[in-house]
Design a protein. Structure first.
Length: 466
């Protein structure tokens, strides 16, 4: 087999002996803009150390709004049983915000200093994925600054990233699950010790890839995203589906996966096909998960964090889910009830370059940072992980088109797309914490490389000229 170039996408210090082998994506920016939106929708997990640092502070004396309020929930039993990653959580207020968020500022940060904040908040939104070719860095998009690509380039934040990596290691250690290798290797991880890092990833469940095979497929996918091979973004998604389907063919027939680098995707046939009932139901389900549920979940944030009973069993949630999935009617707070079918197929002009650029950046970033599949995504296979990104794209475009439809506009607005991606990446964050058996279920359902091709063929016909 041809050796893949492990220095592909090499960035700052990735191969400097003795240095932390960070691989940092090009063109990705982030600095906190202090909007406070990241601190909503979730109860923040607290390690025992986090909790001990802040539990005896008289918060009511410092902030009258907090006087007499219960600020924490406890899940020690679930934590001991491996059902919760954290023994404690901050309690969310009636607006679904972390109780410590006051006037859009973190009151722990304001009164005790940044170092005293929960580890999870100090780490956010940076992601680190240790692999045999380096520690891949990224930022989660459930931060508006990350979605909008605002701030300093990550490639210029090396020192800060090294510091944050060590916080990430402490967090992993406190979970006591998953990354045992991180716990044992992390503090001393160098270019020389990378070969000790294990990284389990498969193409689909039951078809494991070596790290070299994974990189070969990934390199071909990144080329489809970054080059001018496919000027239409819908075609990029169809092309990646074809690359993955071809990779699977090579893999199951024991052929050399190096051939994928020369593979020419073929996408034309999908423009003639119409999505069936099954695809429409899956699409409606994804739209519910990525949009309506992200609003509903704020009401159930505390329960979600500490209970083994899913808030998805609450009657109002079931009612909303059934309406969206079976009737294709979704509630968007600013727009009311919209028809998913009408919104998805609403005819707009071709995307403006900023929209296309945003979607390519998002895709490149997720794939480069290895946060779409594998150990960073509850062990999802490459095909299931990509399908998840594709589903996000379809529902994000539909969300932005719903706004265009209601306004009678022929262009989707980037601001609406940003909002859709911000909401859905919050949901992605919960996928990263799925227990293995639930992730396996999800993996099986998303295991066809062609799962969304008909939907892509159809929706692309409604955006400019095909
Ligand atoms: S503890 Fe502070 S930084 Fe963390 S979510 Fe709450 S308000 Fe935000």
């Amino acid at each position: 087999m041809t050796e893949p170039n492990l220095n592909a996408n090499s960035t700052t210090g990735a191969s400097v002996p003795g240095q932390l082998p960070l691989r940092i994506p090009e063109g990705i920016r982030y600095n906190c803009q202090g909007c406070g939106r990241c601190c909503t929708g979730y109860a923040v997990g607290l390690t025992e150390d986090d909790y001990q640092r802040i539990k005896d502070v008289d918060w009511g004396a410092r902030y009258p709004q907090l006087a007499g309020k219960e600020l924490y929930t406890h899940s020690e039993k679930e934590y001991a049983a491996g059902l919760s990653l954290y023994p404690h959580h901050t309690k969310t207020n009636e607006h679904g915000e972390c109780s410590f968020l006051i006037d859009n500022l973190c009151s722990i940060h304001s009164s005790l200093g940044e170092s005293e904040k929960p580890g999870m908040c100090k780490l956010f939104p940076y992601t680190f994925v240790p692999t045999p070719s380096g520690i891949y860095v990224g930022v989660a998009m459930n931060s508006m600054a990350a979605v909008r690509n605002i701030g300093q380039l990550l490639t210029d934040q090396r020192e800060q990233l090294e510091h944050t990596w060590h916080i990430a290691v402490q967090q992993e250690k406190s979970h006591g699950r998953a990354s045992q290798q991180v716990a044992s290797l992390a503090d001393s991880l160098t270019v020389e010790s990378l070969s000790n890092v294990q990284y389990d990833v498969s193409l689909v469940s039951g078809a494991p890839l070596t790290w070299e095979q994974y990189l070969l497929i990934e390199a071909r996918i990144l080329r489809a995203i970054q080059s001018d091979e496919f000027p239409n973004i819908f075609h990029v998604f169809l092309a990646i589906s074809d690359i993955l389907a071809e990779s699977l063919k090579l893999k199951v027939s024991n052929q050399d996966l190096a051939a994928i680098s020369q593979f020419k995707p073929s996408i034309d046939r999908w423009f003639e096909e119409v999505p069936g009932v099954f695809e429409n139901l899956v699409f409606n389900l994804i739209a519910f998960r990525n949009n309506e549920w992200t609003t509903l979940r704020k009401q159930y944030a505390a329960e979600w964090a500490t209970s083994t009973k899913s808030p998805l069993t609450q009657p109002p949630v079931i009612k909303a889910a059934l309406r969206t999935v079976l009737q294709g009617k979704m509630f968007i707070p600013e727009l009311g009830i919209i028809s998913l079918d009408k919104a998805r197929n609403y005819k707009t002009d071709a995307f403006e370059p900023e929209v296309d650029g945003f979607i390519r950046r998002y895709l490149y970033h997720k794939i480069f940072s290895k946060t779409f599949c594998g150990p960073a995504m509850s062990g999802l296979s490459m095909i299931a992980g990509f399908n998840n990104l594709a589903a996000n794209f379809l529902s994000g475009i539909t969300y932005a088109k719903a706004y265009a439809l209601c306004r009678g506009e022929k262009q989707i607005r980037l601001a609406n797309l940003y909002e859709a991606y911000f909401l859905m990446d919050k949901e992605m964050a919960s996928l990263t914490q799925l227990p293995r058996e639930k992730a396996q279920f999800y993996d099986n359902g998303f295991s066809s490389a062609r799962l969304f091709c008909r939907l892509f063929g159809q929706i692309s016909a409604s955006v400019g000229d095909r």
